[in-house]
Design a protein around this ligand. Structure first.
Ligand SMILES: [Ca+2]
Length: 321
């Protein structure tokens, strides 16, 4: 066990002893909040020793998936916000997740600079603690949930939401690798409180070739019922990939939430008959709020050709405040 993991477990135990959602480290004008997310899993998959959800995992077993420690605060009557987020459990080159300063002086025009998750698709934008299924869709994590260094202009209004970013394009914790900057945007309309619909795009040029993404998304959230769907196509040099999914969930009281998702994913558009269809079903049992829970998911994976035994069962314990 590495020192960083021992440190993380110490933080987790310390945190469990504090019965509040966000810990105020410093009182006064310069308030600092501590947030925490711990995801621990038992994963079982078929004889093929390949997992669609846990790349590089060859054997079934226990996984410490995430241990995110987030510090954030604001100055000047919340016109200036800042945040850093570390994950000592993750890969060594991914420990620093977020590091940003955000200026919120101009109406409808917040400006953020640093490293952060840039705006791209709905599943990717959903924070790790608030995911309904244990794993994102393949579309969501292939094209979304990516971080980079750059600047972002955004605003979240009752009737609309936009985010426009300019980023290096070289990815999280990587130095810039060419003179080109990539641009990215996501725009949503919210005509009524329970519907949001919109899309996102990414246009960039890497040393290896162009990067392009185009996505459309819709979310319907009425009382305890959530239905969301999105489509996205992406091009990296000559590799073209696309996916589409539909996900539904219903929360019964404050205790239990069954969820279901169907997805089609094509990892290489130029290859014939390499599509996968994934049907995932699960249930969440809430222990405190919606972010501290025990979840069970089953993934039924069907290949268009070369069917492999890679169906997967995941149990996850998640603590978050
Ligand atoms: Ca670049």
């Amino acid at each position: 066990m590495t020192l960083s993991k021992i440190f993380l477990i110490a933080v987790a135990l310390f945190s469990l002893a504090i019965p509040v959602w966000a810990v105020e480290l410093v009182k006064g004008e310069n308030l600092v909040e501590l947030h925490f997310l711990l995801q621990l899993r038992r994963v079982d998959f078929g004889q093929s020793h390949t997992s669609i959800n846990n790349e590089g995992q060859v054997y079934s077993g226990f996984i410490a998936k995430r241990g995110e420690i987030r510090l954030e605060g604001s100055l000047n009557e919340e016109n200036l916000r800042w945040g850093i987020m570390l994950d000592p459990i993750g890969l060594s080159n991914k420990i620093t997740q977020d590091a940003y300063i955000s200026l919120e002086y101009i109406p409808f025009f917040n400006i953020k600079m640093g490293q952060f998750k840039y705006p791209q698709n709905l599943d990717g934008r959903t924070s790790n603690a608030k995911l309904i299924m244990i794993e994102r869709s393949i579309l969501g994590r292939t094209f979304g949930t990516k971080r980079d260094l750059g600047i972002e202009f955004s605003y979240n209004h009752k009737y609309f939401e936009y985010a426009l970013g300019l980023v290096n394009g070289s990815g999280q914790n990587n130095p810039e690798n060419n003179d080109k900057k990539d641009w990215v945007a996501r725009v949503l309309a919210k005509p009524v409180p329970y519907i949001s619909l919109g899309g996102s795009i990414y246009r960039g040029r890497q040393p290896s070739g162009i990067t392009q993404r185009t996505a459309a998304e819709v979310k319907f959230n009425y009382k305890n019922f959530i239905l969301q769907s999105e489509y996205q196509v992406g091009k990296d040099s000559s590799l073209e990939r696309w996916g589409v999914y539909l996900q539904a969930s219903y929360q019964v009281g404050n205790i239990v939430q069954p969820c279901l998702r169907g997805e089609i994913w094509e990892p290489g558009k130029n290859n014939l008959k390499d599509k996968k269809s994934i049907i995932a079903g699960g249930i969440n049992f809430f222990l405190k709020g919606e972010s501290t829970k025990i979840s069970f998911n089953y993934f039924l994976v069907t290949e268009e050709t070369n069917e492999t035994d890679n169906n997967e069962f995941i149990m996850q314990w998640q603590l978050s405040f």
